[in-house]
Unconditional design. Structure first.
Length: 80
């Protein structure tokens, strides 16, 4: 775990009623895409069409939640 992640886990574990804190992930989500422009054009698509398709397939959704007896929180992050 990185320093900010350890700090977050430590603080969360000090909350009354919390028994265990695990933080998973923390990997870089970057990747590159290589495409064949003539093959893409043969499908009637251009680079912008490809970018739009990838963007629409990448859902920015909540990553989890905290559910308590009086409050609930959704955990989110910027997927970009």
């Amino acid at each position: 775990m990185t320093m900010p992640t350890r700090f977050l886990a430590q603080k969360l574990s000090q909350v009354a009623g919390v028994g265990l804190v695990t933080i998973e992930g923390n990997q870089s989500r970057r990747f590159g895409i290589q495409f064949n422009p003539p093959a893409l054009a043969s499908l009637g698509m251009g680079p912008e069409d490809l970018r739009n398709a990838i963007t629409q397939a990448n859902v920015d959704a909540p990553k989890g939640s905290f559910n308590g007896s009086k409050q609930a929180y959704m955990i989110g992050s910027n997927d970009q």
